[in-house]
Design a protein around this ligand. Structure first.
Ligand code: BG6
Length: 479
């Protein structure tokens, strides 16, 4: 039997906008997700100009953790979670984003949540910005197109670092900062950066320009955090979908290598503290005008992260001699050469299931960066069926998670990768980010709520609840 170290952070992951609800409670302002309607597999979510009366916005109520957090935390504690990764709704603290002073009611809410977690022996692991920019900053400033938003973000970071300095040790700056490398899908630039691309603009250039501002904001926040509490561990957070070559054809191998730069660009800067040469070459080749100011190089160097957090759900594959009709499909990551991998099955939403890809990712990241890693999202979105006796047999979810835990166990025990913890995504059912649905469920706790917002919100334990409780209690990763 192989185990992980005693202090390994077994946990669960969530994001404020996907589970809190209470979208306008306690002085909270609207965020960029509060104007996103529900979509479905293949049907994009709409981003409306304002909040419109006749539209349904699934994040507004989500699963109402805002009013039920005490009961939910009791269930997390029963499962044995050692940590809970969640985020702070930026617009709960700064409703518009550019105020001088924070909203005390919003700050108090997170004090209450963190106190409750700590009382139950669960360590909060906190993302500063998980797709929750105040809407006002997006509409009035163009989001991270504007350097002023860097200051507003850093002020937000400073306020919450100071407020929770004795309650939170592990922080991350931006969730999946690299999502927007897929510029074909407007969802990513909007939720990452509060940016919409206008007709005639070069989306890739805008992505790098706003990306520069986010990299500066992240680095300044890291530096500020270290001043406030030198014990803080502040990480980056990237989405990682490794890209395999379809065959041993050197053209496929080189193509996959080049595409992988889309995955590595942001963490390369956040971990190493400077722009990689392949990116500088691209800026030069394409004539991109990146708003790098005097002093920025030093800011990036001083603001290197302590660890790398990442999400891992699936892998993708590219083939050099096809030019697929790419419509920005999320599964192939918007890659024009993306093809189906014949060795890998996929979920009902077309996300491939590839546990070996997790071990491969851990090894490639660790070889590249040599800093601790943290798997802060991994999971299986599926439809669940409630049996007549109320039980929920989510065997496919258990099989997915079990195989990924075995893979991370090998990476730690056989490959020597330094891994801080593992927080499966959506430990309780929440609103899906890409589709806004409830029926794409990741949780080990079922929530009675459907895609249209009907349901009692009652919570029920799935089979995976008991299975994960046993995994945590035994620490067993391989039989
Ligand atoms: C990640 C995000 O992209 O994937 C989460 O950080 C998201 O916010 C998760 O929920 C799963 O995606 P989805 O679309 O299935 O909810």
């Amino acid at each position: 039997m192989q185990q992980l170290p005693k202090d390994f952070l077994w946990g669960g992951a969530l994001a404020a906008h996907q589970f809190e609800g209470g979208w306008n409670a306690g002085g909270k302002g609207p965020s960029v997700v509060d104007v996103m309607t529900a979509g479905a597999h293949g049907v994009p979510r709409k981003i409306t100009a304002e909040i419109e009366e006749n539209e349904f916005y699934p994040n507004h109520e989500a699963i109402d953790f805002y009013h039920r957090f005490k009961e939910d935390i009791v269930m997390f504690s029963e499962m044995g979670l050692k940590c809970l990764r969640t985020s702070i709704g930026w617009s709960r603290i700064f409703p518009k984003g550019d105020e001088e002073e924070p909203n005390e009611e919003g700050l108090q809410f997170y004090d209450d949540v963190f106190d409750e977690l700590i009382k139950h022996g669960i360590e909060p692991v906190i993302t500063l910005s998980h797709f929750e920019m105040p809407l006002h900053l997006a509409r009035e400033y163009g989001g991270f197109r504007s350097r002023k938003v860097v200051d507003h973000f850093v002020r937000f970071a400073e306020v919450v670092f100071n407020r929770y300095k004795d309650k939170v040790t592990y922080w991350m700056t931006f969730n999946e900062i690299n999502n927007k490398m897929d510029v074909h899908n407007p969802l990513f630039l909007w939720t990452n950066s509060g940016v919409t691309v206008e007709e005639g603009e070069n989306a890739k250039e805008i992505m790098y320009q706003t990306g520069h501002h986010e990299l500066i904001a992240s680095a300044l926040a890291v530096t500020k955090g270290r001043e406030i509490n030198p014990e803080f561990e502040i990480g980056a957070m990237v989405s990682h979908v490794p890209i395999y070559p379809y065959s041993s054809n050197p053209e496929d191998v080189m193509l996959a290598e080049e595409y992988m730069r889309q995955r590595y660009f942001f963490p390369d800067v956040q971990v190493r503290g400077y722009y990689p040469r392949y990116a500088l070459k691209e800026f030069e080749r394409e004539g991109y005008d990146i708003p790098i100011l005097d002093g920025d190089e030093e800011i990036l160097l001083n603001g290197k992260v302590d660890y790398l957090g990442f999400s891992y759900y699936m892998s993708t594959t590219v083939k050099s001699d096809v030019q697929a009709d790419n419509k920005g499909d999320i599964v192939n990551g918007g890659l024009p050469h993306g093809v189906t991998n014949p060795y890998i099955q996929a979920s009902d939403w077309g996300w491939s299931i590839d546990p070996t890809g997790l071990r491969y990712t851990l090894n490639r990241f660790y070889d590249r960066y040599q800093i601790p890693l943290f798997i802060v999202e991994n999971g299986f979105g599926a439809v669940d069926t409630i049996e007549d006796d109320g039980s929920i047999h989510d065997d496919a979810r258990i099989a997915y998670l079990q195989s990924h835990i075995e893979a991370l166990g090998k990476a730690v025990n056989e490959d020597g990768v330094e891994l801080i913890g593992y927080t499966p995504w959506g430990i309780i059912d929440i609103v899906s980010f890409t589709t806004g649905e409830m029926k794409k469920r990741y949780g080990m706790i079922y929530v009675d709520r459907d895609n249209e917002g009907n349901g009692s919100m009652e919570r029920k334990k799935k089979d995976s609840f008991h299975w994960y409780k046993d995994v945590i209690a035994s620490g067993r990763v391989l039989d």
